[in-house]
Design a binder for this molecule. Structure first.
Ligand code: FES
Length: 94
């Protein structure tokens, strides 16, 4: 397992650990019964769309342009099944 980072969900009091070699969505699903539904886990359905408010991350899978535009990507909107953390992150509903 890679280096662990802490992911905090703003305004919920929820945080969980996610390794650098792991997508954020499965780490979140393992630890939190919040309002995140389990979708395709492949970047196509948009169910896991959230905004990353702070921290560094990489998109290791392509995100469907139907769910995240280029402009939104620049603002930190991401599909959590497609991103891996590179630092602690603060995320919120997009
Ligand atoms: S779960 Fe479908 S895009 Fe992430």
């Amino acid at each position: 397992m890679g280096l662990l980072h802490t992911i905090t969900v703003k305004d919920t009091g929820v945080s969980f650990s996610c390794a650098e070699d792991q997508a954020v969505l499965p780490a979140m699903l393992r630890t939190w019964n919040g309002p995140i539904r389990h979708g395709c886990c492949g970047g196509g359905c948009g169910v896991c769309r959230m905004r990353i408010l702070s921290g560094d991350y990489v998109a290791f899978k392509p995100m469907s342009a139907a769910h995240v535009s280029e402009a939104e990507k620049e603002e930190g909107v991401a599909l959590l099944c497609c991103v891996q953390p590179r630092s602690d992150l603060i995320i919120a509903k997009a």
